[in-house]
Design a protein around this ligand. Structure first.
Ligand SMILES: Cc1cc2nc3c(=O)[nH]c(=O)nc-3n(C[C@H](O)[C@H](O)[C@H](O)COP(=O)(O)O)c2cc1C
Ligand SMILES: Cc1ncc(COP(=O)(O)O)c(CN)c1O
Length: 220
C-alpha cells in the first residue's frame, strides 16, 4: 500500500496571530498593472530560491479540457507577457487553435500570486530570433532534437539526435528551428493577490478598457 500524502493542516489561530504582527502593510493600490507586476517580479527575483519568472500557463485542448504546465516568462511590458516553446508541442497546438490562455505566477516566498487572462499571438520571427540567440548552444541543440510532447522511445535516441545536430551545425551558430518560437499573451484581465492572516486576503483586479484599465477589488 502506498503511504498517505503528507498534507499540511490549516494554520491554528495562534499561528495566524504570530503572522498578524508582521502583516501590518498599507493597502495594495496601483494605477498601472504593468508597473505593479514589474515591482512584484523584482521582489520575487530577490526572494525566490529559483526561477522567479516561472509561471503556470493554462490552455484548453480541442475538447475544451483545460491543460496547464510551467513556462518561463522571457519578456513583459505594456504589450503583454512573452514565453517560448516548441510550436508542435501540446501547448503549441492548443495555443494555435484557441488563441487564448491564462498565466499564474505564485511566489511562495512572498505569499503572492498574479493571475493573467487574455488572447495569445505569435511573436515576430525577428523577436524570436533575438531571444533564441541568447540561449546556450546545448539548449539550442536540444530544442532542435526535441519533438516536445511526442512519445520518446528511449533517451539514447534523443542524445544521438542532439549529437547529430551538433555535427550538422559544426562550430557555426545554430539557427532557430522552424518549430520553436514564442507567444505573447495580451492581458485583458490581471489580478494581484496578497496573503493576509486568517485567509482575509487582498485582491486587486485590472480589466482592460479603452485607453487604460478599470480597477476593482474582490472578496478573498
Ligand atoms: C520551472 C519550469 C519552467 C519551464 N519553462 C518552459 C518554457 O519556457 N518553455 C517550454 O516549452 N517548456 C518549459 N518547461 C517545461 C513545460 O512545463 C512542459 O513540460 C513542456 O513544455 C511540455 O508541455 P506541453 O506538453 O503541455 O506542451 C518548464 C518547466 C518548468 C518546471
Ligand atoms: C523545454 C524548455 N524550453 C524552453 C525553456 C525556456 O527557458 P530557456 O530559454 O531559458 O531555456 C525551458 C525552461 N525550463 C524549457 O524547459
Amino acid at each position: 500500500m502506498s503511504a498517505k500524502p503528507p498534507i499540511p493542516p490549516s494554520p491554528t489561530e495562534d499561528e495566524y496571530l504570530k503572522a498578524v504582527a508582521s502583516a501590518d502593510l498599507p493597502p495594495l493600490t496601483a494605477e498601472d498593472p504593468v508597473g505593479l507586476f514589474a515591482e512584484w517580479l523584482a521582489e520575487a527575483v530577490k526572494s525566490e530560491v529559483n526561477d522567479p519568472n516561472a509561471m503556470a500557463l493554462a490552455t484548453v485542448d480541442a475538447g475544451g479540457l483545460p491543460d496547464v504546465r510551467m513556462v518561463l516568462l522571457k519578456d513583459a511590458g505594456p504589450d503583454g507577457f512573452v514565453f517560448y516553446t516548441n510550436l508542435g508541442s501540446a501547448k503549441g497546438q492548443q495555443l494555435a487553435a484557441s488563441g487564448k490562455a491564462a498565466l499564474l505566477f505564485h511566489w511562495k516566498s512572498l505569499r503572492r500570486q498574479v493571475r493573467v487572462r487574455g488572447m495569445v499571438t505569435p511573436v515576430s520571427a525577428e523577436e524570436a530570433d533575438a531571444y533564441w540567440a541568447t540561449r546556450a548552444r546545448p539548449a539550442q541543440l536540444g530544442a532542435w532534437a526535441s519533438q516536445q510532447s511526442q512519445p520518446l522511445p528511449d533517451r539514447l535516441a534523443f542524445e544521438k539526435a542532439i549529437a547529430a545536430y551538433g555535427v550538422k551545425f559544426g562550430l557555426g551558430k545554430a539557427p532557430r528551428p522552424p518549430h520553436w518560437s514564442g507567444f505573447r499573451l495580451t492581458p485583458s484581465h490581471i489580478e494581484f493577490w496578497r496573503d493576509r492572516p486568517f485567509r482575509l486576503h487582498e485582491r486587486l483586479v485590472f480589466d482592460a478598457a479603452p485607453g487604460g484599465w478599470t480597477t476593482s477589488r474582490l472578496y478573498p
